[in-house]
Design a protein around this ligand. Structure first.
Ligand SMILES: [Zn+2]
Ligand SMILES: [Zn+2]
Length: 485
């Protein structure tokens, strides 16, 4: 080897060593120039590209009343294949990329290659005004560089099996921005869609430069992912807001289609149908709806108001005030707890179902009743101590679930503060119940600190994404600065 070729090979080696990481970090730096904080100078209102100029921007609120139902969309034809992939924390999200593509999807005759997937939390798209906890974006690109994204929405519940499979990789890249980690073969067929129905609309990328002409497909099913999985993705996001969901965009007369392919009805549906109408008895009388109130046969708003305020509904103990910033499942849970309809050991015994010794799974010191788990239990008292000191309120003395629900009435401060604390009381009961179930079904020891932390994190997640007055960042939330909003 003469000097000249030695020089050029060194040059090539150096070029490869120095330029590749440079290009990578540059890309990440550029992308990090945007923030999700609406008050920040590089926040969503000031994003560049098409973001504040386009008229077909994403995400949008998919409201049932505007959606047009059609069967012309056809089945989503997926032809995914297991392929080599990498995982990277881009600072604003975690992305899993198939290096040579992971197969394809076909939409209206066009083939789109599967390129990458990434997650947003909370969801970017809303259904009837409601955002959920996590959204997966499956990004595809056609030969002529058109983009098609499939979105799947999740709320907190049982773990998602695909996330479960790749969790170790996500954990590995979560703390470091911009490092692309090879993870071997990942099978995209393991991503469960969960429904053949979907919404279709024409939109844009949801991060700068927000390029338009993106074909969106939102699967019409809210799937579940565990709290731990959502937190894992959330912790990796390095945005100050702790979230990476772009605000909802104007519709500007775009019409959505709500599609379902023409397929045979599932066998299970056929079995379920007769069951639904099983209690219906047919007679030869004309169908009629009546206002079932003594002495009055005409329905009016006044009558119904009288009925609602009447003696039957006057029992305060059965009244439950809905918390508007918590998901429906928490509200339903609390409503049921309030009327003693959750399956505690004592409740099961009342129904002649014998389970264990009937003692509280959290403390093992007393019979498990609804009032015990949420107030008298030593684990619950520890949790309430933590919650009251975080919320800067005097220690809570409660003896029943009714006391819990009424505690926020006696607080001073703004209406917002009262509403936040009311929701946190419900959320605390929900987390106590979750810890109790974890102990019984998964033999996981209950831990006061962990339960308090779950309440804080879930509270932030739901409060900041579901409550329009809920403008608070994670730091402010930890100091409970809710009065300033
Ligand atoms: Zn996305
Ligand atoms: Zn107990």
């Amino acid at each position: 080897m003469n000097n000249k070729s030695l020089f050029s090979s060194i040059f090539i080696v150096l070029f490869i060593i120095f330029c590749v990481p440079l290009a990578l970090s540059q890309e990440v730096d550029d992308e990090n120039e945007f923030s999700y904080d609406v008050n920040s100078p590089n926040g969503p209102n000031n994003w560049g590209g098409m973001c504040n100029q386009g008229h077909m921007q994403s995400p949008i609120d998919i409201a049932d009343e505007r959606v047009e139902t059609t069967s012309k969309l056809g089945v989503l034809e997926r032809d995914y294949t297991p392929s080599n992939a990498t995982v990277m924390n881009r600072g604003y999200d975690i992305m899993l990329r198939w290096i040579g593509g992971g197969g394809s999807i076909r939409i209206n005759g066009t083939e789109y290659q599967l390129n990458q997937i990434h997650w947003h939390t909370p969801t970017e798209h809303a259904i009837n005004g409601q955002r959920f906890d996590l959204e997966l974006h499956i990004v595809h690109q056609s030969a002529d560089e058109k983009i098609a994204v499939v979105g799947i929405l999740y709320e907190i519940g049982s773990p998602d099996s695909f996330l479960l499979m790749i969790e170790p990789y996500l954990r590995a890249v979560a703390p470091t921005k911009g490092v692309e980690l090879s993870v071997g073969i990942i099978d995209p067929r393991q991503i469960e869609f969960g429904s053949i129905e979907y919404y279709r609309y024409n939109g844009s990328l949801t991060t700068p430069p927000c390029s338009e002409n993106v074909t969106w497909t939102i699967v019409n099913k809210i799937r579940t992912a565990s709290l731990e999985q959502v937190l894992l993705i959330r912790e990796a996001i390095q945005d100050e807001t702790g979230a990476n969901a772009r605000p909802l965009q104007a519709l500007n007369d775009r019409l959505d289609d709500w599609g379902y392919p023409n397929v045979d009805i599932d066998g299970a549906d056929l079995v379920a149908c007769p069951r639904l109408v099983g209690d219906v008895r047919l007679t030869n009388k004309k169908d009629d709806w009546g206002w079932n109130m003594e002495g009055h046969s005409v329905y009016s708003v006044k009558e119904s108001k009288q009925w609602l305020l009447g003696p039957v509904n006057r029992d305060e103990s059965y009244r439950y005030k809905w918390c508007k910033w918590l998901p429906i499942k928490c509200n339903i849970f609390m409503w049921r707890a309030n009327v003693d309809r959750i399956p505690t050991m004592t409740a099961l015994r009342r129904r002649n179902i014998v389970v264990g010794d009937g003692w509280c799974a959290l403390c093992g010191e007393a019979e498990e009743t609804t009032d015990h788990i949420f107030t008298a239990c030593s684990v619950a008292s520890g949790v309430w101590g933590g919650i009251s000191s975080w919320c800067k309120i005097s220690p809570l003395f409660m003896f029943s679930i009714k006391d819990v629900l009424q505690s926020s009435n006696h607080l001073d401060g703004s209406k917002t503060r009262k509403e936040v604390i009311y929701g946190l009381l419900i959320l605390t009961c929900w987390c106590l119940w979750k810890a109790r179930n974890d102990k019984i079904f998964n033999n996981r020891e209950a831990n006061v600190v962990q339960i308090v932390s779950d309440v804080k994190v879930l509270g932030f997640l739901w409060y900041s994404s579901r409550f329009k007055e809920g403008k608070v960042d994670w730091k402010g939330w930890c100091h409970f600065r809710v009065d300033l909003m």
